[in-house]
Unconditional design. Sequence first.
Length: 123
Amino acid sequence: MTDIFSILGSSYKSSANSLFSPGSKFANVDPTKWQGTWTGKDFKNQPFTIRITNVKGFRANVTFESSAGLQVQQAFITTKNSFRIGDSSFALTGAGTAKLITIVTDPNTGIQTANTATATQKT
């Protein structure tokens, strides 16, 4: 029985580490800096909306709506004031402003490009 639990434990540790970059740390954040609706235009000049709700500690519920579709998930906010959702990273850059970086892969060449957009928090 001990072998089964050690295998499960090591698998859990390795899978959890792949979700975040090495050295990522988490601490309670100020919900007022994060909660609300964030809007902007992506690299194709298409509108996007990010809704951040229920910020508790370093966790938040995030809805990301863009021309690519709708993504909903729980996010973990790092001490670097950022979180990931899908192929995108959302990072605060100042009061009421943020940067959205989305990795796009060209289906023909496989080349990945980081596209950056600015988001502003609605009050």
